[in-house]
Design a protein around this ligand. Sequence first.
Ligand SMILES: N[C@@H](CCC(=O)N[C@@H](CS)C(=O)NCC(=O)O)C(=O)O
Length: 291
Amino acid sequence: MTGSPEYTPPKVWSWNKENGGEFANINRPVAGPTHDRELPVGQHPLQLYSLGTPNGVKVTIMLEELLELGFDGAEYDAWLIKISEGDQFGSGFVEVNPNSKIPALLDRSAQPPIRVFESGAILLYLAEKFGAFLPTDIRARAECLSWLFWQVGSAPFLGGGFGHFYAYAPTKIEYAIDRYAMEVKRQLDVLDRRLAVSEYLAGDAYTIADIATWPWYGALAKGLVYDAGEFLQVQDYANVQRWTEAIASRPAVKRGRMVNRTSGEPSSQLHERHDSSDFLTKTQDLLEVSD
Ligand SMILES: N[C@@H](CCC(=O)N[C@@H](CS)C(=O)NCC(=O)O)C(=O)O
């Protein structure tokens, strides 16, 4: 084993603010707001406070899929929460999500408005509210929820484990990278075996299980996260590749990926979404030209 400096934990842990890791500036050992700031509110029933990360994209894909099916009640305002600047610690945001993480949703069609946090809970809330992307048959529903909860439980090993130590940690620690690379490859194999016998995760129909899983594992399979495609040999998971491509080609997925996105091609970034026409008129390439 190489790359791990000797370290003996002290009796009592203390907060090292200068640990050198990416995101060290926003990580804290305490919860709660750091400053007063109300959240903006737009004209639609659903107010989404988010960012175009895999967890955020789950919700914007779901909302765009619902709109694609003709559910007008799924119209939404998507506000940008800049987590690197600490927006998630503003008092208004903490009222919607006490866990201070995107995505967070406020449904103002109910009085008082209903708050929903945790991407899996938001997908389930929207699926039940609109009666879509969640099978009603008890067996298919159980399969769908099993994969949905699998995703929510598994992704932290991919993001917080593998991604953190492979891409973000200030030193490359072989033990940590090995441990999480093994787990992520095991997870890819779990998906690959399932997708060998089933078109989508819950069966023949595309559901919230796919909507939750695709932004993480589909992006990984395309080599788009952590620049780790070659390291993990993602092309070997042929069934995951087939599923990834099929979902990537859906119009709602293409739109959902653009919302609250702040990196990549300017034409792929729609920082805030308040109307369906924004995809044609408010992407960063167009805003930069008119500045
Ligand atoms: N389990 C949560 C995870 C959400 C999460 O980790 N969000 C990240 C961005 S992808 C975040 O807001 N991080 C800000 C922070 O940790 O302060 C979910 O699925 O919604």
